[in-house]
Every structure is written in structure tokens, then in C-alpha cells.
Design a protein around this ligand. Structure first.
Ligand code: IPE
Ligand code: IPE
Ligand code: MG
Length: 261
């Protein structure tokens, strides 16, 4: 893979400070943070810009949170980029997003390489436009030996579609005699989800104030902590991230038991 040295230098120069992180207790951080990146359109509207500009600004925010997560030693960062329901948007917006995803992924490969980030996709990538799919496959391959943080990008992802797919896979295994129905346990389902092998999210952040999951990771967030901020995704920065993480660190996670405090 060719690394663009000029671009690398620019990333170093632009690197925001790590100062906000001094507020955190590193021993209490979540292993897996998941973000519902919402509010690009409203951000753009508020600035008198097109929705496409909002999506572009959203990419900048994601880059900052990726590098912040790497600095903090987060094991897995997942981000909801395009839902199975987002096909309901006007064709122009869908096209802009698909193009932006492909272009950004290529542009950011040097960053992912420098930060040793491995990328996985959650969702039905096969159904994406050919060029976007090919770029994703190329990028995943280029990062596959990276040993640092896992970046899980949910694209054409829907939790109901994911669970339906898991049921289908399980049924095929039962029909073929590979799985005994009596032996089906939670692990049998988890291992057939797109997130197989990843820890469940411990913290889910949603930007732009909406109090819903929008068909995101229904199984995996069974015991996640939620943090919702009114900030639109393009405005979400390291300080907002630290606020969310501080909120998480202050939670009493009882898992149905009694408080240890
Ligand atoms: C999130 O921003 C990005 C995607 C869903 C692709 P939106 O595009 O949903 O922004 P709002 O919610 O309309 O402001
Ligand atoms: C959720 O945002 C999906 C993504 C962030 C990719 P939406 O903007 O699509 O969700 P709704 O329509 O507000 O539920
Ligand atoms: Mg939205």
C-alpha cells in the first residue's frame, strides 16, 4: 500500500491535543464504544449548507474520534454510518453517501495504517454499489494485519436484518445436522452476528438528541450504558467524547445484582 507522506505530515500537524484525556480514569474506560453518528443534516441546515456538506463535516468528526479512541486505548470503536432504513432517503443523498464512504476510506488508509487500526464492516456490504463495496474490501484487506484498535463501521446495517440472518444461518446448520437444536445457546446466536468475536458495546453515544436506537445493535446493547447529547455529530469533538466517557465512568453498573459501592 502506498502511503502519502504529505498527508501523513498533515495529520501529525493537525493532531488535536490530548489535554482533555487527563480528566479520565484510564482503568474505568469502556472496552467498546459505539456511536450513532446523527445530526449531519441538521448541522448543515443550521449553517445554510447542503446535507452533503453535513456528511462531509461528519467524516472530520469521525476522524477525530478515531484518533482519540486510539490514544485512549479503546479496544473497539463502532460507528453507525448507514442503516438499512437510510435507503429511504432521496437517491441523490444515498449516492453522495456511498461516494463519500468510498473516497474517505481510501483517503484515510494512511491514518489507519499509522494508528494500526483494523477495520471490519457490520452489515450487508454485498448489497452496496460495486465501487463502494470494492473499496471496502480492498481497505479491509489492507488493514487486516493491524493489531491495534478495531474500527467497526456499520454500513447497510440493521439489527433486525442481522438477527434474521443469524436465524437463517443457524437454521441451515440445524438442517445440515451440524447443530443440535437443544444445544443452541446465546453464544450460538452471538457468533452468527456481524459482531462475532467483538466484545459487546459498553457505552453507546448518540448525537443530536434523538432518544432511540434506530435499529442499531439490538442484541449487543442489552447491557450497554447510553449517553445522548444534543450536539450534532459534525460538532462532536474530543471534549464531548471525554464528557461521554466521564459519564460512563461515573455509572454504577449493577447487571441485575447489587451495587458494589
Ligand atoms: C447522520 O446524520 C448520518 C446518516 C444517517 C447517514 P443525518 O443525515 O441523519 O442527519 P439529520 O438527522 O437529518 O440531522
Ligand atoms: C441513524 O440515524 C442511522 C445512522 C446514524 C447511520 P437516522 O437519522 O437514520 O435515524 P432516525 O431516522 O432519526 O431514526
Ligand atoms: Mg438523522
Amino acid at each position: 500500500m502506498q502511503v502519502d507522506e504529505d498527508k501523513l505530515a498533515a495529520y501529525f500537524a493537525d493532531e488535536p491535543s490530548d489535554a482533555p484525556f487527563s480528566h479520565l480514569d484510564r482503568t474505568r474506560l469502556p472496552r467498546h464504544v459505539s456511536i450513532i453518528m446523527d445530526g449531519n443534516g441538521r448541522w448543515a441546515q443550521a449553517q445554510g449548507l447542503s446535507r452533503s456538506e453535513g456528511h462531509k463535516a461528519g467524516i472530520v468528526a469521525l476522524r477525530e474520534i478515531i484518533t482519540a479512541s486510539v490514544r485512549l486505548g479503546i479496544d473497539v470503536l463502532s460507528a453507525y454510518a448507514f442503516s438499512t432504513e437510510n435507503w429511504n432517503r432521496p437517491a441523490h443523498e444515498v449516492n453522495v453517501l456511498m461516494h463519500l464512504f468510498a473516497k474517505t476510506f481510501i483517503d484515510e488508509l494512511p491514518l489507519l495504517k499509522r494508528e494500526n487500526v483494523r477495520v471490519v464492516f457490520l452489515g450487508d456490504i454485498e448489497a452496496l454499489p460495486k465501487k463502494t463495496r470494492e473499496v471496502f474490501e480492498y481497505g479491509v484487506e489492507a488493514c487486516k494485519d493491524h493489531t491495534g484498535m478495531v474500527l467497526a463501521l456499520a454500513v447497510n446495517y440493521g439489527a433486525r436484518a442481522e438477527l434474521t440472518r443469524a436465524c437463517r444461518l443457524l437454521a441451515q446448520d440445524v438442517a445440515a445436522g451440524r447443530v443440535d437444536p437443544a444445544a443452541i445457546d446465546e453464544r450460538a446466536i452471538s457468533s452468527r452476528l456481524y459482531t462475532a468475536g467483538l466484545p459487546d458495546p459498553e457505552l453507546v453515544i448518540r448525537t443530536s438528541g434523538e432518544l432511540r436506537l434506530s435499529n442499531y445493535l439490538l442484541w449487543q446493547v442489552a447491557y450497554a450504558e447510553f449517553y445522548v447529547t444534543d450536539t450534532y455529530w459534525p460538532d462532536f469533538n474530543r471534549w464531548d467524547y471525554v464528557r461521554a466517557l466521564l459519564s460512563f465512568e461515573g455509572r454504577d453498573r449493577r447487571f441485575g445484582g447489587l451495587s458494589k459501592k
